[in-house]
Design a protein around this ligand. Structure first.
Ligand code: UDP
Length: 368
């Protein structure tokens, strides 16, 4: 007997919503469920004082993939926001990512050649040839001064581990430029969806049936009976009842407040890069949309070790967790009629464009 749905999509986040859109378009009957009381997963935004607040941390859409950009632009109009965070190190302000403005403020150098010479000097003094960890990678990219003031404390707070114990690739997310260009990303396309991410996901979901506050794993057999196939975007280890052990995450906690002033910090993102300030950054949400409201909403972001029951945010992509994920992946591959996708389903530090890319690819091969 045919089941009522072709696909049960577990998780109404970006991956689930893109997959649902593609499946619906291919004529499949889909049901999307989510255990939260809202759609959009961690890109969820809500309105407060006329400002879109990013409840689970700031998300800035950026991509080099034209196909992804064209695809997502069908569901939202993107504004011209360009991410240019500033770093506050004990009251000294530096531009990010690391670029000529940063080098000029740090050392007074004027030309790219002077900046490169400074970095080479510091790298040589530290005796680094082959960087083995994040600390060595950082010093070889930008020198000791920038490492000490702008990287060491921030990264240590964000990951709860010293830079000597972290993989070098984390820092490779950040461009190092010898131009006076404060754009955080090297992306062809960038912006924030006008009206918020939640509206964008709502449009992706379109007419697809969505049920909120539904926990798949607590009643798996009943849900499985409803659909021929499952697209699971929750934590992969939870799916298997943590039978091989729990994967680790970094979690984030936000203290959000509304302030009776128009402009608190003059920028959407200010990173506090010293080790002592307990939060990693302050987000002032209105600046993502060039807001002119009389009030403002800010979120202090605290990084925290994740314990079971907390919201998982960042997968910890170290060797131990990578090896454990590989074991879960084998189980996942052997699971009939279930597709695992997204940040939690694939245990990946995923940018939004890569999530869309992956969901489109999965839909393409699945629906072919
Ligand atoms: N980073 C840093 N100092 C900063 C900003 C970033 O050292 O002021 C490094 C740090 O290692 C961090 C990585 O760059 O883990 C990525 O940071 P980002 O804030 O871009 O991560 P997100 O949370 O936005 O994905």
């Amino acid at each position: 007997m045919k089941k009522p749905y072709d696909y049960l999509i577990v998780g109404a986040g970006l991956y689930g919503a893109v997959f649902a859109r593609q499946a619906a378009q291919a004529g499949k009957r889909c049901l999307v469920i989510d255990k939260r009381d809202h759609i959009a997963g961690n890109i969820y935004t809500y309105e407060c004082e006329g400002i879109q607040v990013h409840q689970y941390g700031a998300h800035i859409f950026h991509t080099n993939n034209r196909e992804v950009w064209q695809y997502i632009s069908q569901f939202a109009e993107f504004n011209r926001y360009t991410n240019s965070p500033v770093a506050n190190y004990k009251g000294e302000i530096y531009n990010l990512p690391f670029n000529m403005n940063t080098f000029n403020k740090m050392w007074g150098v004027i030309t790219p050649a002077q900046a490169r010479a400074r970095i080479e000097e510091q790298k040589a003094a530290a005796g680094i040839t082959e960087p083995k960890n994040l600390e060595e990678q950082a010093i070889s990219l930008v020198g000791t001064d920038i490492y000490e003031k702008l990287i060491k404390g921030y990264t240590g707070k964000q990951w709860g581990r010293p830079c000597t114990e972290l993989p070098a690739f984390i820092i490779q997310r950040l461009p190092v430029r010898f131009t006076y260009d404060n754009n955080y990303f090297n992306a062809l396309f960038q912006g924030i969806p006008v009206g918020g991410y939640t509206e964008m996901v709502r449009r992706l979901l379109g007419d697809t049936e969505v049920r909120l506050r539904e926990d798949y794993l607590s009643d798996k057999a009943r849900w499985d009976a409803l659909a021929e196939k499952v697209v699971y975007t929750g934590p992969i280890d939870a799916y298997f009842g943590y039978r091989l052990g729990a994967l680790q995450y970094r979690s984030v906690r936000f203290e959000t407040e509304t302030l009776d002033m128009e402009n608190y910090q003059g920028n959407a993102v200010v990173n506090y890069t010293d080790a002592e300030t307990p939060y990693t950054r302050i987000i002032e949400h209105k600046h993502f949309e060039f807001g002119t409201q009389p009030k403002t909403v800010i979120s202090r972001e605290y990084s925290a070790e994740w314990k079971p029951g907390d919201e998982p945010y960042y997968p910890v992509n170290d060797q131990k967790n990578g090896a454990l994920y590989a074991e879960y992946k084998k189980l996942a591959d052997a699971e009939p009629n279930v597709l695992f996708g997204g940040r939690l389903g694939e245990y990946k530090y995923y940018d939004m464009d890569r999530v869309i890319e992956a969901a489109l690819a999965a839909a393409r091969s699945e629906l072919a």
